[in-house]
Design a protein around this ligand. Structure first.
Ligand SMILES: [Zn+2]
Length: 299
């Protein structure tokens, strides 16, 4: 009986280890050990976006993106953030198996004590996502929307490509809204110290009532999203998609679209963002991959 119980305990332990790893959309997560709903002290995480393997040479190869993403992962391994989040456009050509395998090969070198959270971009799903393209993403990269708690804070990852162009996946888009509303409602009962959203598309570029375009969450869904941001006191949104940096705010909420790990499309070099979470604010700084600081310090 003793050995059976031990075996059963091991199985239970294995399940407890596995369930959080798959439920929060991580490539790996050390038993959800970092997940916590109680604030302890300031901490930092790293956002990376648009590694977009294949973009430099229009899918001929991924050599340059490999070099840049490996450099970004090496910085994360050195700095040991609470987690790394990659806000979409992981690869350039939707559904490309070689690009996907190379992306997953590199990200698998992230220290296994650091949870990795992936988001889907328009280059992962296609500009107009379909049920098959969403299924492909979920099968190979993980959930396209999910949330997790770390250090007393709540983090929500959204599929904004679906919000941008829901026409071919209306059911999935409706499901995401229902899920998001419920998730924020439930999280509010736990009084998170900070709530932060991750998106591929920034909510807007200059002001909340600007016209719709390729780059942002369009009306009327932008207004619905901002309404939830007001209601649930969202501190910050971290996004990508632009391949350059763009920082705006909405009331007290910061909306930062970061420059890319991969190919820049503006003056900002390939880089990553270090985000420091304090009880009363969220600070962030974008760094070139050639100038990431040696360590992260807090006030
Ligand atoms: Zn994009």
């Amino acid at each position: 009986m003793r050995s059976t119980n031990t075996f059963a305990n091991r199985c239970l332990l294995a399940l407890l280890v596995l369930i959080p790893a798959f439920s929060v959309g991580c490539a790996h997560n050390p038993a959800g050990a970092e997940a916590a709903t109680t604030w302890k002290s300031p901490f930092f995480f790293i956002t990376m976006t648009d590694p977009q393997l294949g973009f430099f040479t229009e899918n001929a190869d991924t050599a340059k993106e490999t070099e840049l993403l490996e450099k970004a992962i090496a910085h994360a391994n050195r700095l040991k953030p609470a987690f790394v989040v990659m806000t979409g456009d992981l690869i350039h050509k939707p559904g490309d198996d070689a690009q996907r395998r190379e992306f997953l090969r590199i990200t698998a070198t992230l220290d296994r004590t650091i949870p990795l959270h992936l988001l889907a971009g328009n280059h992962d799903l296609g500009n107009v996502p379909t049920r098959p393209s969403i299924d492909y993403y979920r099968q190979h990269f993980g959930p396209d929307h999910y949330s997790f708690d770390i250090g007393g804070c709540h983090f929500v990852a959204l599929n904004t490509t679906l919000m941008h162009s829901p026409g071919k996946a209306m059911q999935q888009e409706a499901e995401q809204w229902t899920w998001l509303t419920t998730d924020l409602e439930q999280s509010a009962t736990k009084h998170p110290t900070q709530t932060i959203l991750f998106q591929h598309h920034p909510t807007f570029l200059k002001n909340a009532d600007e016209p719709n375009d390729y780059h942002t969450v369009p009306a009327p869904r932008r207004a619905e999203l901002l309404q939830l941001c007001r209601q649930y006191n969202i501190a910050a949104v971290f996004a990508g998609h632009l391949h350059r940096c763009n920082a705006v705010s909405y009331r007290k909420m910061q909306v930062f679209a970061a420059g890319p790990v991969g190919k820049p499309l503006g003056k900002d070099p390939s880089g990553l963002t270090i985000v420091k979470v304090y009880p009363d604010r969220v600070d962030y700084e974008y760094h070139s991959l050639d100038a990431v600081p040696a360590s992260v310090t807090f006030d």
